[in-house]
Design a protein around this ligand. Structure first.
Ligand SMILES: [Zn+2]
Length: 270
């Protein structure tokens, strides 16, 4: 998760287990938009096998064979059928895996279905194309059962670059992790929130050179981060962390050693 940063440095900030794994969240964002319910990213889903779950140390199971995402939706008073739009920042399994699901009881054939049966799903056209043409390095992250069923159902709305998708909700290309990675800018009343996804996955990745080894173009990540940090500082944006285990969001302030995270909102304890 920390690329070229030596372990003696990063392990002071986040302690790995005996298999060298660190705690991470898969934090989706549900927006109660005046025009309908909007979900940003969809987590891992329930389709991966026991071996996969063991490798990554996944705990994502919710009641009734569904996931913690559906449980969280229910807690907010909604069901999967209420979600009108999904935006995927990119199609890696930990961001788009919950787009689809498999119900072992109802479809023992293992048929994969849309998790949000009434939703239109959004992603950059370039990322879908990139996902469909993997190489040896990228293949393990782009699992077709997370995005092809959406295509078969005709539910993709493919985005071309930056722009407003719904009133107050825009996407902004932040390439580097993958070439068409996008962040989501949410404006409400006088405040702006930036959903960072894998541009700055945790608060520990705020320093510019702390870039994941997963990134396919780390020097582009560097420039995407430089621009984002400058804009967030200048405009007082909330930064929303998808993978930080402890902090949901915070703002940046210019500190003595560079930007510091302040006004942090802690993650609820599970
Ligand atoms: Zn990720």
């Amino acid at each position: 998760m920390f690329g070229v940063v030596p372990k003696p440095l990063w392990s002071r900030r986040i302690v790995p287990d005996d298999r060298n794994r660190i705690p991470l969240a898969m934090r989706c964002l549900l927006i109660e938009h005046p025009d309908g319910l909007l979900l940003i990213d969809s987590g891992l889903g329930n389709k991966e096998d026991a071996k996969f779950q063991d490798i990554y140390g996944i705990s994502n199971a919710g009641p009734g064979g569904r996931t913690l995402l559906e449980a969280g939706l229910a807690e907010a008073g909604f069901g999967p059928g209420d979600v009108k739009w999904v935006i995927n920042t990119h199609l890696h399994f930990d961001h788009a895996g919950g787009n689809t699901w498999v119900d072992g009881a109802e479809s023992p054939d293992g048929r994969v279905r849309l998790t949000f049966p009434n939703a239109v799903y959004h992603v950059q056209a370039g990322d879908l194309d990139y996902a469909r043409h993997p190489n040896e390095r990228t293949r393990a992250s782009y699992l077709p059962h997370n995005f092809e069923p959406v295509a078969e159902a005709g539910r993709w709305n493919l985005l071309q670059g930056d722009g407003e998708v719904f009133p107050g909700v825009s996407v902004q290309l932040t390439p580097g992790h993958v070439p068409f990675h996008q962040g989501v800018v949410v404006r409400s009343e006088d405040e702006t929130l930036f959903y960072l996804a894998d541009l700055i996955p945790t608060r520990h990745h705020l320093p510019l050179p702390w870039i994941m080894g997963y990134d396919v173009e780390p020097l582009r990540t560097l420039e995407s981060k430089r621009r984002l940090v400058r804009d967030a500082l200048d405009q007082g944006w909330w930064l929303f962390f998808e993978h930080d285990p402890d902090v949901v969001r915070g703002r940046l302030r210019e500190g003595e050693k560079g930007p510091e995270l302040v006004d942090t909102v802690p993650a609820p304890t599970p």
